[in-house]
Design a protein around this ligand. Structure first.
Ligand SMILES: Cc1ncc(C[n+]2csc(CCOP(=O)(O)OP(=O)(O)O)c2C)c(N)n1
Ligand SMILES: [Mg+2]
Length: 362
């Protein structure tokens, strides 16, 4: 068990390949077939292509907002390889790649960021909660689901995701406490991308690292190099086996870097330096895995070829989202209450008035 050898208080990081793709921790290198490694790399690159295109569509004014996952691909693709069909995914909002691994379509993700209710209706995905923008809330849903799994003695695991900033929320701490007490089957992931919008993680906590938060709740925690695909894969594999066997929850701090902006409304040049970005660029998860693959002599197409083959698919999904029927105004209001409260009725009337004003202005 990697969790035994890595006490979070020692602030060691679990890593298998270095920035040059060289194996530095052979004991833990997973035995994966070449095709699986190639597929993981291609999926990571495809996630990056979709992400960059999403930012571009938003810049063209065709989507309201988008939170890029750029730089965080290894975590999400590794998780996607371990999460089973019947397991549960409880995402925050920076999880587009792991959501796709679980069956959510790009079209649905685009619809969501176009403000269409149908973007939360994952037609082919099983056991995926909607995107959660209120920071931390998904951790409580995850523990509730985990408790019911344990109660019903089902063979399922819950995978909630949160950011470094989210760990300061009460929800995060309550969820870990509850999960620890009841030994429920949850693998908690913190994507520590070093920032909560403009707040650096150093101002988020005085703890030695975020994995150490597990100790207060009596559960295993581990800090993993989130830009090392193999390390993330092994961490998820062992964490899922541990929790599936009835041992209770696990906390994984995936140490990474948000290479892009917080969302398309943010400008990171206002609060971080070029030097810092260049330093982190050396740890890029795709670059590292490609170097590993090349050194092993495994055949792999060029990035250009993979990108060219995938771009039309992203465009197709985007066009489908763009041409999707507009949602009914009623849908926005009617699903929460059996009897709509007065303030909602007023909001609806005001909005209808606004729409008719807009229509007349044309
Ligand atoms: C309860 C709540 N408070 C504040 C916000 C505004 N907000 C949106 S994202 C964000 C920062 C999140 O940072 P982090 O948890 O590190 O996740 P990241 O965006 O880096 O993935 C904040 C404060 C919110 N959405 N919900
Ligand atoms: Mg963050």
């Amino acid at each position: 068990m990697i969790f035994k050898g890595f006490n979070p208080l020692d602030d060691k990081i679990f890593r298998i390949i270095d920035n040059k793709g060289k194996v530095i921790n052979k004991t833990f290198l997973p035995e994966l077939d070449d095709e699986i490694i190639v597929k993981a790399y291609k999926t990571m690159l495809e996630a990056r292509v979709a992400d960059e295109m999403a930012v571009s569509y938003q810049r063209q004014g065709r989507m309201y907002t988008y939170p890029p996952i750029l730089g965080q691909e290894a975590i999400q693709i590794a998780a996607g390889m371990i999460i089973r069909e019947n397991d549960w995914l409880a995402p925050a909002f920076r999880e587009a790649a792991v959501m796709q691994a679980k069956g959510v379509s790009l079209k649905e993700i685009f619809l969501y960021y176009m403000g269409n209710e149908e973007g939360s209706n994952f037609s082919k995905a099983h056991h995926v909660l909607p995107i959660s923008v209120p920071i931390g809330s998904q951790f409580l849903y995850a523990t509730g689901i985990g408790y019911s799994i344990k109660y019903q003695q089902k063979d399922e695991v819950v995978y909630p995701f949160i950011g470094d900033g989210g760990t300061s929320e009460g929800d995060f701490n309550e969820a870990l406490n509850f999960a620890g007490v009841w030994k429920i089957p949850v693998v908690f992931t913190i994507q520590n991308n070093q920032y909560a919008i403009s707040v650096p993680v150093q101002k988020q906590t005085n703890a030695v690292n975020l994995a150490s938060k597990a100790l207060a709740f009596g559960i295993p925690g581990i800090k993993v190099d989130g830009n090392d695909f193999f390390a993330m894969y092994v961490a998820y594999k062992q964490a899922s086996e541990y929790t599936r066997a009835g041992n209770g929850p696990v906390l994984i701090e995936a140490y990474t870097y948000r290479k892009g902006a917080h969302t398309t409304s943010d400008d990171p040049t206002k609060y971080r330096t070029k030097e810092e970005e260049q330093e982190w660029a050396k740890t890029d998860p795709l670059k590292r895995l490609r170097l590993y693959i090349e050194q092993k002599g495994i055949a792999l197409e060029s990035d250009d070829a993979i990108i060219a083959a995938y771009k039309p698919e992203v465009d197709k999904q985007f066009m489908e989202a763009e041409n999707f029927k507009p949602y009914q105004l009623d849908d926005v209001f009617k699903h929460m209450y059996v009897d709509m409260p007065e303030d909602l009725k007023k909001q609806k009337a005001d909005y209808e008035q606004f729409l008719s004003w807009k229509e007349k202005r044309k």
